[in-house]
Design a protein around this ligand. Structure first.
Ligand code: NAP
Length: 316
């Protein structure tokens, strides 16, 4: 029987890479310089039948066209914005992702970012390390998280997990989604501007699609206001980063906690010296435990496909 040829786009997880190498014929895309990748794909086009991508390097139309035998794409992510889904659909290519196993970590980080911004955790950590506590005395007062009104953009798996955590902090939770959710007990808004106007902390946790690109724009930021805090654990494309920088500079927004950026790994340089922002290098799912669970789900999907069994987390 022909061994499945699998293309791994990026070095996303050591365990996953080792297992793929053990079980299949593995091709490592990143080992080929960018300008020679089309040649690389062309020369292995008859062998590669599966691609494993992630949030950095997914599967675009060009890659799909270069791989005529591609049958399945297994994403090491829940977000699908780096996969050309319509092209996959057109070609009948299966797509899987890693839902549920990532939920807790991303929700934990969202709350951590909100608290880190409001309580100035990073700035005050530096205050101790630099010796300023000794020379300048007590640190300035910060702002409380418990009891604040929290607006969530996207009440899906991650949004609901954030809501549950925020509730435990005594926060009033409200949300926007494409449709009102029954039985959740949180206030639903049909407009993000209205949600922002009624929130002290706005947390973005929805899928990135053409509809949600730059869903946080100037109007939303202004509605959140000078005391408001924006947290983004969705995708960089959800926020108009230039508008965010301008609002932070002009004091129209209180602060921001960001795990994702429009251009990764290069956030707007103007964010770097700001002490009212907390920045993370897209590590929402970046724990040993979750990375292993994501890898196992990718492997289980590939195994199911190879043995003609139903996929575990099919998208297409
Ligand atoms: P999910 O369960 O599919 O939830 C997605 C949510 O987005 C749904 O509630 C959906 O609303 C909402 N949504 C879609 N289009 C919308 C629109 N036009 N306006 C408002 N809401 C809209 O997905 P999930 O598992 O919670 O993951 C959500 C996203 O988190 C992923 O797509 C990914 O981009 C991001 N993520 C980030 C990290 C990280 O490392 N920072 C890690 C994992 C995931 P409806 O329910 O009404 O359709």
């Amino acid at each position: 029987m022909e061994v499945l040829g699998v293309l791994l786009t990026n070095p996303m997880d050591v365990y996953l890479e080792a297992e793929l190498d053990k079980r299949y014929k593995l091709f490592r895309l990143w080992e080929t310089p960018q300008d020679r990748r089309s040649d690389f794909l062309r020369s292995h086009a008859q062998e590669i039948r599966a691609v494993v991508g992630d949030t950095a390097v997914g599967v675009d139309a060009e890659m799909i066209e270069a791989l005529p035998r591609l049958e399945i794409v297994c994403s090491f992510s829940v977000g699908l914005d780096k996969i050309d889904l319509s092209k996959c659909k057109e070609r009948g290519i299966h797509v899987t992702n890693t839902p549920d196993v990532v939920t807790d970590d991303v929700a934990d980080l969202a709350i951590a970012l909100a608290i880190a911004v409001l309580r100035k955790i990073c700035v005050s950590d530096l205050y101790v390390r630099s010796g300023a506590w000794l020379t300048k005395g007590c640190f300035k007062l910060t702002s409380k998280f418990s009891g604040k009104s929290v607006g969530i953009v996207g009440l899906g798996r991650i949004g609901k997990a954030i809501a549950k955590r925020a509730e435990a902090f005594g926060c009033q939770v409200s949300y926007v989604a494409r449709s009102e959710k029954e039985g959740v007990g949180y206030k639903f808004y049909s407009s993000v501007v209205e949600l922002a106007a009624n929130s002290q902390v706005l947390i973005v946790a929805c899928a990135l699609t053409e509809e949600t690109r730059r869903i946080v724009n100037r109007q939303v930021i202004n509605a959140l206001g000078p005391e408001g805090v924006l947290v983004n654990v969705g995708r960089g494309g959800h926020v108009d980063e230039a508008e965010l920088v301008a609002a932070l500079k002009e004091g129209r927004l209180g602060g921001a906690g960001l795990d994702v950026f429009e251009r990764e790994p290069c956030p707007s340089e103007e964010l770097l010296p700001m002490d009212n922002v907390v920045l993370q290098p897209h590590v929402g799912t970046g724990t040993w435990e979750t990375s292993k669970d994501m890898a196992d789900l990718v492997l289980a999907n590939l195994e199911a496909y190879a043995h003609n069994r139903p996929l575990l987390s099919p998208v297409l």
